[in-house]
Ligand binder design. Structure first.
Ligand SMILES: Nc1ncnc2c1ncn2[C@@H]1O[C@H](COP(=O)(O)OP(=O)(O)OP(=O)(O)O)[C@@H](O)[C@H]1O
Ligand SMILES: [Mg+2]
Length: 361
């Protein structure tokens, strides 16, 4: 998969191999087709909805419905199971009527995750920065009117949401509202609420996306993970509900579910959805075939043998983690197949890739 390159739409009916498979496998390898961790803004392009894989409607459809109703959703799944992928699919660039506001919290100051006022200030500052990116000249004019509130206009650290780029008037209004002075805590929260109201006024449902909260479990940089988690679920989530009344999707690690602090936030996160498991080898195939479309110009289903898919599925089934137990292994199996001059990825390539990975462990 080539970074930055827009994905082509997948063909409905996969074609049979026409040229030598080895050439195609080489192209997949060069394009890093089975990249286990694509850039966030590319996740939507390779996502195969769990609702399609399982034949249900409890994942993507349920998330979209809940967000359109203004709910705050806990999206539960262990690391690598697809929380970000599902979120990006539902809130991807083509979504209509929803305005995602992706708010990183774990890499920022601790206060942002623990103090509702700091969180609101962070939200306002982010919107201001996105406007800088979306509307550089207009935003700079607005900043000139209120220089005390705004940092340097050249401080472009984030990518503006797609909806903002298409809503020029709204972005301009947001830039002005975000640049106002808000010296007290109450004013900061009011300012954040004002920005959300402006978005609603344009017939969009603002959706706060908190996709990195599950990292509190595993990071060592944050010495007081449980304390941060407690304050986040106890205070920040509460403000999202009671003060900002905004739809949200929060990535939640399953181990949080038994955590008293998380349970205390239950009334504020009003919907819980679980990312389903990939159900069978055919579904593994669909996920991998989707990733061939970008490099080969069409989706191919003949470059991985059914037996190889079964091996991948069995490996995944024992510890469901799409990133680590499917894509990482498929990626290594692709390299082994290319090195062996094979026409397609076979069972033995997957077994050897799993053995290699176990040795690393
Ligand atoms: N349904 C799916 N279709 C295609 N790819 C998927 C699907 N589910 C997961 N993936 C892929 O699996 C990998 C891990 O997914 P993702 O990053 O969404 O996991 P996560 O639950 O957010 O993990 P973390 O908790 O570590 O952030 C990504 O490469 C993603 O593209
Ligand atoms: Mg994630």
């Amino acid at each position: 998969m080539t970074p930055g390159k827009p994905k082509r739409a997948a063909r409905a009916t996969p074609a049979r191999a026409q040229g030598p498979g080895i050439e195609l496998l080489r192209r997949l390898q060069e394009g890093h087709a089975f990249n286990p961790s694509p850039r966030h803004d590319q996740l939507y392009a390779v996502h195969v909805p769990y609702d399609e894989l399982t034949g249900g409607s409890s994942c993507e459809a349920a998330l979209e419905r809940a967000l359109r109703q203004g709910r705050r959703v806990a999206l539960v799944g262990a690391s690598g199971t697809g929380k970000s992928s599902v979120t990006e699919h539902v809130l991807g660039p083509l979504v209509e009527g929803l305005a995602p506001l992706r708010v990183p919290v774990t890499m920022e100051r601790t206060g942002i995750a623990t103090d509702p006022v700091e969180f609101a200030r962070h939200l306002v500052a982010l919107v201001g920065r996105w406007v800088d990116v979306a509307l550089p000249q207009r935003s700079r004019d607005a900043a000139d009117l209120a220089p005390a509130r705004r940092g340097p206009a050249t401080h472009k650290v984030s990518v503006a949401p797609t909806w903002m780029e298409t809503k020029v008037e709204l972005a301009y209004e947001l830039s002005q509202a975000a640049a106002l002075d808000a010296p007290t805590s109450t004013q900061v929260v009011e300012q954040a609420r004002g920005l959300l109201d402006l978005i609603r006024g344009d017939e969009l449902v603002p959706v706060v996306v908190l996709d990195d909260t599950d990292r509190w479990l595993s990071t060592s940089w944050q010495p007081d993970n449980p304390g941060v988690r407690a304050a986040f679920f106890g205070r920040v989530v509460r403000v999202l509900a009671e003060e900002l009344d905004v739809a949200a999707v929060v990535a939640v690690h399953p181990t949080y579910l038994t955590d008293a602090d998380y349970q205390a936030s239950a009334g504020f996160l009003d919907t819980t959805l679980h990312v389903p498991q990939v159900p069978d080898a055919a579904a593994v195939g669909r996920i991998l075939h989707r990733r061939t479309a970008d490099d080969l110009g069409e989706e191919r289903d003949d470059l991985i043998s059914p037996e190889a898919l079964q091996v991948l599925f069995e490996h995944y089934r024992h510890a469901p983690n799409v990133r680590r137990r499917l894509l990482l292994i498929a990626n290594a199996a692709l390299t082994l197949a290319v090195d062996a001059g094979a026409d397609r990825i076979e069972r033995n390539h997957c077994i050897a890739a799993i053995t290699q990975e176990n040795l690393v462990d």
